[in-house]
Design a binder for this molecule. Sequence first.
Ligand SMILES: [Zn+2]
Ligand SMILES: [Zn+2]
Length: 147
Amino acid sequence: MNKQLTQQIEDICVARGVRLTAQRRRVYEIICENRRACSAYELLEQLKQSEPQAKPPTVYRALDFLLEQGFIHRVESTNSFISCCTFGEHKHFSHLLICESCGSVVELQDDNLIALLNRNVEKHGFEFSSHIIESHGICKACSSSAT
Ligand SMILES: [Zn+2]
Ligand SMILES: [Zn+2]
C-alpha cells in the first residue's frame, strides 16, 4: 500500500476539518490496492477480511464520504469505484478509459478537453457539480494479449 497516498488524504482531511475514520481510510486503501474499478459489494468482501463485522452501510457511508471529498470516482456505467488521480479537488472533469475485458480504469485529465467542456457548460448557463466522461473499450494490455 502506498503510504504516501493515505498520508496525503489524511492531511487534506485535517485541513478541511473532516474526519477520516479508520474505516473510511481502510475503504480508500482497498480502492487504491485494486487496479480495476470495484463495486461496493466487492469492497465489502475485502473489508470483511480485516473487519469481519463490516456491513453494507459501513461501506456506503465510507464511499459517500470519499466521493464527497473528491478522493474517488464512481464509474456510473458499471456502478463501481476507483481512486482519483488528483486529490484535493472537490470537482473536476475526468475522462475515464474503461476496459471491458479486465476492468482496468485509467483517468485522464486533458486541459484542452476540460477547457472545451467548461466553455460548453458556461454557454448554457449550467452549473456543474461533477463530470465524468467514460470511454469503453479494450485496453492496450488486453488487446495485445488477445493476438
Ligand atoms: Zn479524478
Ligand atoms: Zn484490459
